[in-house]
Design a protein around this ligand. Structure first.
Ligand SMILES: *Cc1c(COP(=O)(O)O)cnc(C)c1O
Length: 352
């Protein structure tokens, strides 16, 4: 422990961001929204540019009120952070202490094990089933008297699978009331499966459920950083108690308010991304790739041991996806042109 550094921190990976790509290359590695921000959102952000010598609103009342009206709750149920990753971190710090356990599916969002360890808690990853869905039975079995928090990720990053409402209800019936279940719904706008669970719909009957959402994906505000949780007032208050003050900038707050005001336009873009997802899925399936049906803005190719070779071919064609050596490749859905480039690059990687 030289220089007072923490052992647990030195064991953590340095976050691997989707590759920075050069001129002419296609970046499909971070599940970003391919559309430029809407003019009305740019306008709202521009209006804040002259005032940033001042701190943003600490209580973020205006944006929390706008979110609350949007989802139909009182604003005291809303907590915000610099992206829902930060809100997930607030949940860890608010609810976990040393030795407490956080259960999550694996493979899933890479931040879960990192945030858990930074908060001093113990990660309990539960492997996905063979068809790459959450293993809810195994997750229920993983609950101990040290479990404080469970994350469900639906649609799951990076596999794109969704949880169904009935299986989540069944799962919640097995979870003790003092264990908080977070529904991480970063990609919920892209879901078209009518049986899929809606985290917000669970809140009434289940005070231990938290719905976690973000403006980064469907709403295209990834670079501004704002996400939110809807939960009981008690949990919401605790999130604000542990939050680092002022992380959500005035620009992000205004952009989020402006985005909610043009939801229809944003949803129309989401529809176009979903249509592209279906087109790319069909194309890649026709090419013979083991591609999983997805309800998110990305596709998972279960390429196993062949992953590095395939990724190499894609990169040589200037297409950057996210690759997990020995497991698979996650290809974000971009603009139609970008998707064509990915389809073409993958066609070059088919083994002759
Ligand atoms: C992208 C993502 C988030 C949140 O991202 P932020 O930009 O921090 O809001 C949360 N969960 C999952 C599963 C994601 O993929």
């Amino acid at each position: 422990m030289g220089q007072g550094r923490r052992d647990v921190v030195q064991g953590l990976p340095l976050y691997q961001q989707g590759a920075a790509v050069g001129e002419g290359a296609v970046k499909l590695s971070s599940n970003e929204n391919p559309f430029e921000p809407l003019p009305s959102v740019v306008e709202a952000v521009s209006q804040m540019l002259s005032g940033f010598n001042r701190y943003p609103s600490m209580g973020a009342e205006d944006v929390r009120t706008a979110i609350a009206e949007h989802v139909g709750v009182d604003m005291r149920h809303v907590a915000v952070g610099a992206g829902s990753t930060e809100v997930a971190s607030q949940l860890m710090h608010a609810l976990c202490g040393a030795g407490d356990e956080v259960v999550f599916p694996w493979r899933s969002f890479e931040a879960y094990p990192i945030l858990t360890q930074v908060a001093g808690a113990t990660p309990v990853p539960v492997p996905l089933t063979k068809d790459l869905r959450h293993d809810l039975d195994a997750m229920a079995d993983a609950i101990t008297d040290r479990t404080r928090l469970i994350f469900l990720c639906t649609p799951n990053n990076p596999t794109g699978t969704v949880l169904h409402a009935d299986e989540v209800e069944e799962f919640l019936a097995k979870v003790p009331q003092d264990v908080v279940v977070v529904m991480d719904e970063a990609y919920c706008h892209f879901n078209r499966d009518t049986d899929a669970v809606d985290g917000l719909a669970l809140l009434d009957g289940h005070p231990n459920v938290v719905a976690l959402r973000t403006f980064s994906k469907a709403y295209g505000l990834a670079g501004l950083r704002i996400g939110f949780a809807i939960s009981s007032i008690e949990i919401s208050d605790d999130l604000r108690r542990v939050a680092t003050p002022f992380t959500v900038t005035s620009l992000a707050q205004q952009a989020a308010i402006a985005s909610l005001a043009v939801e229809d336009e944003l949803n129309e873009r989401v529809d176009r991304i979903v249509a592209e997802r279906i087109r790319v899925f069909d194309e890649l399936t026709r090419q013979g790739w083991p591609v999983l049906p997805s309800q998110a803005n990305f596709l998972w190719l279960a390429t196993g041991d062949d992953t590095d070779r395939i990724d190499g071919v894609m990169v040589s064609h200037g297409v950057f996806a996210r690759c997990w050596s020995g497991e698979g490749i996650r290809v974000s859905i971009g603009s139609p042109d970008e998707n064509d480039r990915a389809i073409e690059a993958l066609s070059q990687a088919i083994k002759g």
